[in-house]
Write a protein that binds this ligand. Structure first.
Ligand SMILES: [Zn+2]
Length: 238
C-alpha cells in the first residue's frame, strides 16, 4: 500500500502489545463488535497487556479507523474458534472491531459512516491477501457456542454489494434436507463447528436469516444452506 492510500484507509495508529507471530498465511477476515460501553474503553482493553486481547483494526461509529496491530502479526481477537477446518483462526485472519455496545450494553445499528470506512479497508485487505468472499465472516460464525458478534444488525448485504462477502442466495429449491442430521453435516461442510448444534444453528441464522434466531432447523434455513453450498460447489463463490 502506498502511504497516501494508507492515510486514506487508516486514520491513526495506537499500537497494542497483544500480538505474536502468525503460523498460517492470511485467508480470512473476522468482523466483531467491541461490546463495550465506549470506544475508549475498548481501545484501552485492547492495549492492556493483562487483557491479552487485540485486533488489527478498530472502526469508530464516526468512521475513524485505528490500527492496533500490524497485519503481518497475529492479533488476538478470535479466541477458541474454527472455520472450514482452520482452528487457529487468529493465525489465519485479519481482525476488525466495529465500535458498538453490543447485546450486553445496548446493541444498535452500525452507522453509515462506520460502514463507509469499513468497505474500502476491507476491499484493500481482501485484495492484498486474496481472501475468498466465503471467508469474510463474523465472530459468531467461527465461535458459535461463545459469541454473537457482530450480530443480526450487521449489514452483510452492503459488503456483498461490493463482492466483499457472500450475498443472500436466491433460493431455488424448497426443502432440500429431509432430516436434521443431514442439515448438521451440511452446516459443518459449509464451515461451522457443530459441536454445539443449536448454537451453530443460531449463528447461521444470525448471519443468514437474522429476523428469526431460534436455533430450530426449518425449511427456510435448510434451503439457504443448500443454495450456499451449491453456489460454492458450482464455482459461483469460493
Ligand atoms: Zn468478537
Amino acid at each position: 500500500m502506498t502511504s497516501s492510500m494508507r492515510q486514506w484507509l487508516v486514520h491513526r495508529e495506537v499500537p497494542s502489545p497483544n500480538w505474536n507471530e502468525r503460523k498460517l498465511p492470511v485467508s480470512m477476515v473476522v468482523l466483531h463488535y467491541t461490546g463495550m460501553r465506549t470506544a475508549a474503553d475498548a481501545l484501552e482493553r485492547m492495549c492492556s497487556p493483562a487483557a491479552e486481547v487485540s485486533a488489527h483494526y478498530m472502526i469508530d461509529e464516526d468512521g475513524t479507523v485505528t490500527q492496533l496491530v500490524d497485519e503481518e502479526k497475529r492479533a488476538w481477537h478470535a479466541g477458541r474458534s474454527s472455520w472450514r477446518g482452520i482452528t487457529d483462526v487468529n493465525s489465519a485472519s485479519v481482525g476488525i472491531e466495529l465500535v458498538n455496545p453490543g447485546h450486553e450494553f445496548g446493541y444498535r445499528p452500525f452507522p453509515e459512516a462506520q460502514i463507509d470506512a469499513l468497505l474500502p479497508l476491507l476491499a484493500d485487505i481482501v485484495r492484498r491477501h486474496n481472501v475468498p468472499r466465503a471467508n469474510v465472516v463474523g465472530h459468531s460464525d467461527v465461535a458459535p457456542a461463545r459469541k454473537t458478534d457482530p450480530g443480526e444488525l450487521f449489514p452483510w448485504e452492503r459488503l456483498a454489494e461490493y463482492r466483499l462477502a457472500l450475498s443472500q442466495p436466491k433460493i431455488e429449491i424448497g426443502d432440500p434436507f429431509d432430516n436434521d442430521g443431514a442439515f448438521y453435516l451440511a452446516l459443518e461442510r459449509f464451515g461451522y463447528d457443530i459441536s454445539d448444534g443449536r448454537k451453530a444453528v443460531e449463528a447461521f441464522q444470525r448471519r443468514w436469516r437474522p429476523h428469526k434466531i431460534d436455533g430450530e432447523v426449518d425449511g427456510e434455513i435448510r434451503a439457504i444452506l443448500f443454495q450456499l453450498l451449491l453456489d460454492r460447489d458450482q464455482g459461483r463463490t469460493r
